[in-house]
Design a protein around this ligand. Sequence first.
Ligand SMILES: [Zn+2]
Length: 68
Amino acid sequence: MSELVLTLAAAQGRSTGTWHAVELHRSPSEVDGACEVAVCGALARVDLDQVWDGADEDSCESCADLVS
Ligand SMILES: [Zn+2]
């Protein structure tokens, strides 16, 4: 049985500025700056310079619930 490693990236919503969590299924170099669907379903632009932190006050509560 292989262990599933979930890689989460931080992505910022285009209109709201809220940070969402995005599951990375590709290598990070391919997703930087790309719009991805966050775990809550929102569209957000991946920023690999940021680290997803569900406890941050700018973070999406739905994403925080889904990945915790
Ligand atoms: Zn979200």
